[in-house]
Design a protein around this ligand. Structure first.
Ligand SMILES: C=CC1=C(C)c2cc3[nH]c(cc4nc(cc5[nH]c(cc1n2)c(C)c5CCC(=O)O)C(CCC(=O)O)=C4C)c(C)c3C=C
Ligand code: FE2
Ligand code: FE2
Length: 338
């Protein structure tokens, strides 16, 4: 019997924090039709004419602040996760890691699986909640690349794992490293998404954003909704930690552009909590399985400073799943049963 191929795919990061590499990364990322979902002509004008030239120097400066001797945290944690999963699954499996943008490329990882003569390929996009811009984009690229192979092996995809018990309990374990009673409020701050992309994913056209609580419960109608899955992740982590509903807020960070994104925005929530006299916040970022620019810089530095300037005292980030063996158990379970 041949080996089974496993392809883990995370979002991607620049090859280095230098402006030229950040430009190449942002160009590939934001030219993806699922990320900026407007016409090809308008996307090219916006991305190549405005965002990449103006944003890259700023983004490069941020990457320089989080870059470590071993590289970008997103990449090195992903590499560790892939190695730990390989060790756990043993010689019957070939685990490859790829990044949707930049390196290691999905094309190269698929070639390595082909060279390894795997009998099947299971793709696990490393995003707990499904979004067209993340999971959907990985699926599309893998299908496009495989469609050019003369022999297409049996292939399957994990769609989401927002409620996986080991994922939930790993986040909860990481929060228990702190004295939970010392915090005034808990944030579940998810990466943002344009509202338009949520609406497009509502196949009924009758549910999403039709009332302010449409994502509060996961049902058959919104089961693939990024926001509804995020609310479910937050609900499950809060339940495991015994955090009452009034003591946490689900919010969305990292907005890009002027159009409305999924709300509430994390910055608005910080303002509201500071105005209510809250001083110490505990912040989860459960859209990611590894710490990255969005957690290490945006939450730990930017949001913390913003909150302090508003009269707060501290925003404490809960570490992501990173190299926790319990998360690798979740990945193993997705391989075997997902
Ligand atoms: C949960 C997964 C992600 C979704 C969904 C997503 C959507 C999305 N992102 C942008 C724009 C940017 N995102 C940036 C960084 C970034 N995004 C994710 C994940 C998701 N993005 C990660 C893991 C990271 C960090 C990568 C790292 O190297 O650490 C950036 C770059 C940083 C910056 O310039 O601010 C941009 C830009 C859009 C437009 C979008 C959905 C439509
Ligand atoms: Fe992003
Ligand atoms: Fe929704």
């Amino acid at each position: 019997m041949g080996k089974k191929g496993i392809l883990l795919v995370n979002l991607g990061t620049p090859d280095s924090p230098e402006v030229k590499d950040v430009k190449r990364y942002l160009d590939q990322f934001l030219m993806d039709e699922r990320v900026i979902d407007i016409s090809d002509f308008r996307r090219a004008l916006l991305v190549k004419g405005i965002i990449v030239p103006f944003r890259s120097p700023k983004t490069s400066a941020l990457y320089k602040k989080i870059w470590e001797p071993k590289g970008s945290p997103l990449l090195y944690y992903s590499e560790i996760q892939a190695q730990m999963l390989q060790d756990k699954l043993g010689p019957g499996y070939q685990v490859e890691l790829a990044m949707r943008y930049q390196n290691p490329s999905v094309e190269r990882a698929l070639s390595r699986l082909k060279e390894g003569l795997v009998e099947s390929i299971k793709v696990i996009p490393l995003f707990p909640q499904y979004a067209s811009a993340s999971t959907g984009s990985v699926m599309q690229l893998v299908m496009e690349l495989l469609s050019k192979w003369p022999t297409i092996p049996p292939v399957s995809f994990v769609n989401s794992f927002h409620d996986h018990p080991s994922v939930i309990s790993t986040f909860a374990d990481h929060a228990r490293r702190f004295d939970l009673a010392s915090f005034d409020h808990v944030l579940f701050s998810f990466h943002g998404l344009p509202e338009r992309q949520l609406l497009k994913c509502d196949h009924t056209g009758s549910h999403c954003l039709k009332n302010k609580d449409c994502c509060a419960q996961l049902t058959d109608v919104n089961k693939f909704c990024y926001s509804a899955q995020g609310h479910d992740t937050a609900r499950l982590i809060a339940a495991e930690l015994g955090i009452e509903r009034k003591d946490y807020t689900v919010c969305f960070q990292s907005r890009l552009g002027k159009e409305p994104w999924v709300q509430p925005y994390t910055t608005d929530v910080l303002k509201k909590l500071a105005a209510e006299g809250k001083k110490r916040l505990l912040a989860f970022s459960p859209a990611f399985v590894a710490d990255c620019l969005e957690t290490i810089y945006e939450i730990t530095v930017e949001y913390c400073e913003e909150f302090k300037a508003l009269g707060g005292e501290h925003v404490q980030l809960v570490e992501s799943l990173n190299d926790d063996p319990k998360f690798i158990e979740a990945l193993e379970d997705l391989v075997l049963n997902g």
